[in-house]
Design a protein around this ligand. Structure first.
Ligand SMILES: [Fe+2]
Length: 319
């Protein structure tokens, strides 16, 4: 288990552990990965059309990110409405006893929400969103079933922070996700976020790459979490992009290439839907220690939708 989490990967070197995990996962999943890469290269337009087609101009990540402020992505209005019902029902309830380290953050979404609130998966699996993710990742990805969870309705609040005296820690500090690379987060602001809501904050790919090189980030014994005073020795504070933005804003981000943090001093609770897409050959060992089950699908699902919900679906769709 010690190789799963970022903090414990430092001893061997996070980069070394990621390369080792990639190779180990390729031994098991190379065939599925190649099939998905081929599908993306050869059949993506057909897969997107079968999945309902695109409704907005193509979205492309530039320098590791794209911010959609149009409010026009399909299922977005319904997602905000249905998420609002979940927040009204479960928001700001005391956390179950658990990890004090990250007690400022919890997912309030449950497994049966996928059938009760169909917009949660419909948004994540729309052709507009998946087109952007597939073109960027150059494969047909899956919604992660391990770390991070592929779908989270994330509530950030200082109210339940068990260790406020410890200062910023865990995901409140700059880091690059180590679960896969490339990987894409799609983050939907479910309510307006202000500076008092612990806004998600990130650096672009090029700025992050410069900082990572200067810090020798992901090499042996270099801290996985980076305090601001270290980061801002290498990049300007004005390089940080702060998601203190209105409800309905959607961020597409390669979280393995763009440093990010969030949930700092969230005096106003912050609510985000967070989707995590990875390839089938990850750069961590999380699937080795977790019982991985596909997300719920139906017999009417398109090929693309089934592929993203279920890692094993690729085998039956090889061109
Ligand atoms: Fe992260």
């Amino acid at each position: 288990m010690s190789l799963v989490h970022g903090e414990h990967m430092e001893l061997f070197g996070t980069g070394n552990t990621m390369r080792l995990a990639k190779r180990a996962n390729q031994l098991q999943f190379r065939r599925i990965a190649e099939s998905r890469e081929r599908l993306c290269r050869v059949e993506l337009p057909a897969l997107l059309a079968e999945n309902g087609g695109s409704t907005v101009p193509p979205i492309d990540l530039v320098d590791g990110w794209h911010l959609d402020r149009s409010g026009t992505l399909p299922h977005l209005d319904q997602l905000i409405k249905e998420s609002g019902e979940i927040i009204a029902e479960r928001g700001l309830r005391p956390k179950k006893a658990g990890e004090a380290e990250r007690s400022f953050f919890q997912s309030i979404q449950k497994a049966d929400d996928f059938t009760r609130y169909p917009s949660i998966l419909n948004f994540a699996l729309s052709s507009d969103v998946l087109g952007a993710v597939c073109r960027y990742m150059q494969t047909i990805p899956v919604l992660s079933r391990t770390f991070p969870q592929g779908v989270r309705l994330a509530e950030s609040s200082i109210t339940f922070d068990a260790r406020p005296q410890d200062g910023y820690r865990s995901s409140q500090l700059y880091h690059l996700d180590h679960h896969d690379t490339p990987m894409v987060y799609v983050i939907v602001l479910l309510k307006d976020v202000t500076e008092r809501g612990g806004p998600f904050t990130f650096l672009s790919d090029s700025v992050s790459t410069r900082a990572a090189a200067a810090m020798r980030y992901q090499t042996r014994a270099v801290d996985y979490r980076v305090p601001d005073e270290t980061m801002y020795r290498h990049v300007a504070r004005t390089d940080a992009q702060v998601m203190a933005l209105p409800q309905g804003t959607v961020l597409f981000l390669d979280s393995s290439r763009c440093f990010h943090y969030g949930s700092r001093d969230a005096y106003d609770p912050r609510y985000q839907m967070m989707y995590a897409y990875t390839s089938v050959c990850r750069t961590d060992f999380s699937e080795w220690f977790t019982n991985v089950r596909p997300f719920p699908g139906t017999a009417h699902d398109s090929r693309l939708r089934r592929l993203v919900l279920d890692k094993d679906a690729a085998a039956s769709f090889s061109p």
